[in-house]
Design a binder for this molecule. Sequence first.
Ligand code: PRP
Length: 176
Amino acid sequence: MTEAVAEVLFPKEVIARRVRELAGQISRDYEGREPLIVGILNGAFIFMADLIRALDVPCRVDFVRLASYGSESVSSGAIRIGKDLETPIAGRDVLIVEDIVDTGLTLSRLVEVLRERQPASLRVCVFLDKPERRRIPFTADYVGFVIPDRFVVGYGLDFDEKYRFLPDVYVLGRSS
Ligand code: PRP
């Protein structure tokens, strides 16, 4: 199979406008506070970098990486922490930032794990939401764009580790 970047779904100007809107909403909600922004590696890094620079509140940052237990694990939801936070979160306002919610397994598991650490608050901001693909119920607090069940790349999202660097979001098509 050869893949080809077929069509632009969200050009960078549209992304930038939506990120500013999200940052405005988050800034209002966290006024007077200093949330810890938790990015999920790798996909979230570009969205997170743009989002935090558009905030009007101070924040701190940390990252997690999640990993599957094995090839069967996606359907079972068995997701473990590959790289943990370096910041204690008890009593802190925590905002998880993620590039996409698909089946919901990754974020559900991370929320469950972080909630056990008793943060003052815990919310989730996703750049893209693909609700048709959910396997378990999951609702993010902040959503950039709701998208149909198409394979998308760019702005941090990859196919086989390619295309993360693209400034726009594309629907990935297939050639030949
Ligand atoms: C992607 C994406 C989310 C997850 C969403 O990560 O970044 O973390 O899948 O899927 P889910 O809702 O079905 O759990 P991926 O494992 O591709 O890693 P990446 O962030 O390094 O691209």
